[in-house]
Design a protein around this ligand. Structure first.
Ligand code: KIV
Length: 256
């Protein structure tokens, strides 16, 4: 049976860590799902796969196109799709329209959006009232790259309190889980202890209820990756070698 938002909340209560990864197509989605990943996110980090410099240019149509392919590969994991830049910030109505399209057209179970106080808290409440499960995302929010850069957030006492309060407000608005990106581990621990919904960390230390990585980083496919990411293999090097070997065999008449 497919994993639900409620299941993630139960796992937090039981202390069972949540394993999450991003996906952008059918092949990788199927590989992740078969390997037992709990939550698959079609993140707007899709930008790197599409060759964009940051997440801002990604469109809702691109997210939907890729999420449909991912849906075909994911049978068990909870499937969450990012709402891209300027498809939800304008108004709660715009957010409902975008999130509604994602759920109707892709078959995903939930959406994720970035930011908190005060506008996004209202937006999350609006979506949840309409029956759309929402994952929050606080700390470093890459859609605000031109305001925040890609620096660690919540480093001072004041800044940490702001992130904590945003997470609490988003939970009160009905978010079913909270992505914590690039914040101090001590702050992530505080938020994780305070919230009843699960926290999923990336660059937020070991004390979150679950961890997520961008799959391109995990596999060593990214041209650039953040310092907190970990590659478990080096597919760029392996692919380059395979292609060079093929080229050499063809040039030397060894293949076929
Ligand atoms: O877009 C994305 O891949 C994300 C990561 C932080 C997981 O939101």
């Amino acid at each position: 049976m497919a994993i639900t938002p409620q299941q993630l909340i139960k796992w937090k209560q039981q202390g069972r860590p949540i394993v999450a990864l991003t996906a952008w197509d059918y092949v990788f989605a199927q590989l992740l799902d078969n390997a037992g990943v709990d939550l698959v996110l079609v993140g707007d980090s899709l930008a790197t796969i599409l060759g964009y410099e940051n997440t801002l240019p990604v469109t809702l149509d691109e997210m939907i196109h890729h999420a449909k392919a991912v849906r075909r590969g994911v049978k068990n994991a909870l499937l969450v799709v990012d709402l891209p830049f300027l498809t939800y910030q304008e108004s709660s109505g715009q957010a409902l329209h975008s999130a509604g399209r994602v759920l109707k057209e892709t078959g995903a179970q939930a959406v994720k959006l970035e930011g908190g106080y005060p506008a996004m808290v209202e937006t999350v409440a609006y979506l949840v009232q309409a029956g759309i499960p929402v994952m929050g995302h606080v700390g470093l929010t890459p859609q605000s790259i031109h305001q925040l850069g890609l620096r660690q957030q919540g480093k001072t006492k004041e800044a940490g309190e702001k992130v904590l309060n945003e997470a609490i407000a988003l939970q009160q608005a009905g978010a079913f889980s909270m992505l914590l990106e690039h914040i101090p581990a001590s702050l992530a621990l505080q938020i994780t202890q305070k919230l009843t919904i699960p926290t999923i960390g990336i660059g937020a230390g070991v004390n979150c209820d679950g961890q997520i990585l961008v799959t391109a980083d995990l596999l060593g496919l990214s041209e650039h990756q953040p310092p907190f990411a970990k590659s478990y293999t080096d597919l760029r090097a392996q692919i380059a070698l395979a292609v060079q070997n093929f080229g050499q065999d063809v040039r030397e008449g060894k293949f076929p």
